[in-house]
Design a protein around this ligand. Structure first.
Ligand code: NAP
Length: 353
């Protein structure tokens, strides 16, 4: 039993009821390129007693969505894509006590973001502070929590560290740069172009290396007077893995957290003994398994956004129906921050029933 739209009389329920229980969504039923992203009409899901029903305003586009689309990570099929979103709670399960209909929230989910409605586990949802707009709330969550947990849990960055951050002008990269700078570490970023290099410097990098034209370990050697770096945060994967390895000092830490250029090839474990390196391959999911972990990190993250320490950059917003363009934009290395989908009644999607 759910407490349907009774608590907040001024909530805009018209959009919810007039859809006759149908919603627009972006679904895949097979793996492949952007052509497998289909605009579909589906039933609005019903929240279980422990869930929230959210009317989405924005969905975050993350690299992982492209991994699911292509099959680099295997999704269930058919499936809606999208691991995060933000919007308004329009219905709550009978056992949910800490959210109300009408709450404006950002949330993490699995395979539900690219849709007008989603049923959400309240353990992975946060009420947005009044002065945080819904688009910024959505843009903050996955990339922000990833950056935050990487510098807290994967490798605890201190002011004495020299860190190397690949794709420093990307969504997660820009947040990592700002967080490491805030801590007082020396920050070296890599980017593929001069324009992106400028962004990385403005965000707080002490040095930027153009990894399309320069050899990263040689430049790191010059910049650190031969000391090399304490830690590398590498979300690029296949193309940078060995450069990251060669940029580290003895007993350094390589945090390999993504596959933007492809999956890292299997490695021989003994290779680590060459420099006594620590190698991690973390995923955000396992740093926020409990409500306490999610709430703790999210609150700290939004505090940093609210007090101006962390600037969340939205690179581009696409309409839900243009999710394919959003994937192309991201995969073509054009984004310099968060890519979002806007979801609303103005989205006149030509649907496949
Ligand atoms: N482990 C986790 O839990 C977790 C969570 C979130 C994200 N991630 C990972 O973090 C990485 C960054 O994600 P993001 O969402 O913040 O994306 P992003 O950094 O905004 O975009 C990826 C960037 O990677 C760089 N890149 C290098 N080679 C590339 C290639 N062949 N194709 C496309 N991009 C390439 C590009 O920057 P340049 O043009 O400067 O090279 C590009 O802008 C991804 O690998 C993602 O999977 C992991």
């Amino acid at each position: 039993m759910s407490r349907l739209l009774k608590k907040v009389p001024n909530i805009n329920i018209r959009g919810y009821s007039s859809l006759q229980n149908k919603m627009q969504a972006i679904q895949i039923s097979k793996l492949g390129g952007i052509e497998v992203l289909e605009n579909v009409t589906l039933p609005i899901p019903k929240p279980s007693p422990t869930q929230l029903l959210v009317k989405n305003e924005f969905a975050g586009v993350n690299f992982i969505d492209t991994y699911f689309r292509t099959g680099l990570y295997m999704p269930p099929l058919p499936t809606i894509l999208g691991e995060e979103g933000a919007g308004t709670v329009v219905d709550i399960g009978s056992q949910v006590s800490d959210f109300e209909v009408g709450d404006r929230i950002a949330f993490m989910t699995s395979f539900q973001g690219y849709a007008e409605y989603a049923t959400i586990d309240p353990k992975k949802a946060i009420k947005l502070p009044p002065n945080v707009p819904t688009d910024i709330g959505c843009a903050t969550l996955i990339q922000g929590l990833t950056a935050y947990t990487l510098i807290e849990r994967s490798y605890k960055v201190t002011k004495n560290d020299t860190v190397l951050i690949h794709a420093a002008a990307g969504g997660t990269g820009r947040l990592l740069v700002q967080l490491c700078r805030h801590i007082g570490a020396t920050v070296i970023g890599t980017t593929s172009s001069e324009e992106k290099g400028k962004i990385a410097l403005e965000d707080g990098c002490d040095h930027v290396i153009n990894y399309s034209t320069e050899d990263v370990p040689s430049r790191i050697k010059e910049l650190t007077n031969g000391k090399m770096v304490d830690v590398v945060f590498d979300g690029v994967g296949k193309a940078t893995f060995w450069k990251s390895f060669d940029s580290l000092k003895y007993c350094g830490t390589l945090v390999s957290f993504g596959n933007a250029s492809g999956k890292v090839e299997p490695i021989e474990i003994n290779i680590l003994s060459k420099k006594n390196l620590v190698l991690l391959r973390p995923t955000l999911h396992w740093y926020i398994t409990t409500k306490e972990e999610f709430t703790n990190y999210s609150k700290k993250l939004f505090d940093l956004v609210q007090n101006g320490t962390l600037k969340v950059n939205i690179s581009k917003i696409f309409d839900l129906k243009d999710a394919a363009q959003a994937h192309t934009f991201m995969e073509s290395r054009l984004s310099t921050g968060k890519v979002l989908l806007r979801i609303g009644s103005h989205n006149q999607i030509k649907s496949k029933q």
